[in-house]
Design a protein around this ligand. Structure first.
Ligand SMILES: NC(=O)c1ccc[n+]([C@@H]2O[C@H](COP(=O)([O-])OP(=O)(O)OC[C@H]3O[C@@H](n4cnc5c(N)ncnc54)[C@H](O)[C@@H]3O)[C@@H](O)[C@H]2O)c1
Length: 266
């Protein structure tokens, strides 16, 4: 470890259990010398697993439903009190589709559920950044990341309305990246991660088969969650200060492949 985040303070959304990508990011941040606050939706916190991570990371847990402006304001206010100052980095690692959960097909979507999906999976990113903006909660040269998936650009039928959620999320990253870059030299990026065996990932129909397909298609294989965490650390660090408004593929090369002979057994 190189202590690359020494002196930095950050907030990590979305650690549900030890498979969560956010869980690995939290662990790596602390290994690299950062102080963190953990947050998740109150319903996820009731499952209790986040407390084990909190203990290991010596981090407080402040609950927040990321669709609630009131909860977000409380989260950032309390975090700044805890740190005695502003934060340097934030990870948004939140996704949930009501229609996927309820098994609705893409040609028969319930629009109230779709709105909920967009609110949780995409608008929550804008709400988080707008809350930070209004509270002036992040230091100059800070770094904000959200996790996304390539279904924002290409069709993966079983990803359903999450595809549009991710397209919206990535667009919020670019647009807010302009405002934050101009005002405070803060960077905003999205990381487009390989399929990963987590609670959110496994919610997609046929996930195991698809995971195996993507693994074969990618020259380097699927990128593991631990390596996604390493990429987040690099983007939180001062070594990437001019990388902003990007959607960055962390996918073992999948996004630039057309055909891989090993997929069809050649
Ligand atoms: N697993 C994959 O294959 C994969 C691939 C690419 C991108 N991603 C993205 O990575 C991110 C993290 O997902 P994961 O795979 O680690 O799964 P996960 O299920 O461990 O994490 C999803 C998190 O979202 C939280 N969440 C849901 N509703 C919320 C709300 N209203 N307020 C606050 N938090 C809420 C959940 O409690 C959970 O902690 C998501 O954005 C997901 O879309 C996942």
């Amino acid at each position: 470890m190189s202590n690359i985040l020494a002196g930095k303070k950050g907030i990590i959304f979305g650690a549900l259990d030890n498979q969560s990508i956010a869980w690995k990011v939290a662990e790596r941040c602390v290994q690299e010398g950062a102080q963190i606050v953990l947050t998740n939706a109150p319903v996820a916190m009731r499952m209790g697993e986040i407390n084990a991570l909190a203990e290991a990371c010596n981090a407080p847990v402040i609950g927040a439903d990321a669709t609630s402006l009131e909860d977000l304001e409380n989260l950032f206010t309390k975090s700044m009190e805890h740190f005695g100052g502003k934060v340097d980095f934030v990870l948004h690692s939140i996704g949930m589709s009501v229609n996927v959960r309820k098994g609705k097909s893409y040609t028969d979507l319930n629009y109230e559920w779709m709105q909920k999906t967009f609110d949780v999976s995409a608008m929550s990113f804008h709400k988080t950044m707008q809350t930070m903006w209004k509270l002036d909660a992040i230091n100059d040269w800070g770094s904000i990341i959200a996790l996304t998936y390539i279904a924002a650009q290409r069709v993966f039928p079983d990803y359903s309305e999450m595809a549009e959620s991710k397209a919206l999320l990535e667009s919020f990253g670019r647009s807010f990246g302009y405002h934050y870059g101009t005002a405070k030299n803060v960077r905003v990026n999205t990381i487009s991660q390989s399929p990963t065996m987590t609670t959110a990932g496994k919610g997609i129909k046929g996930f195991q088969e698809f995971y195996d397909y993507a693994d074969k298609m990618s020259p380097l294989g699927n990128a593991p969650a631990e390596d996604c965490a390493n990429y987040c650390i690099a983007l939180f660090s001062d070594l990437t200060r001019y990388v902003t408004m990007q959607n960055l593929f962390h996918d073992g090369g999948f996004s630039n492949m057309g055909m891989n002979p090993r997929v069809i057994g050649l």
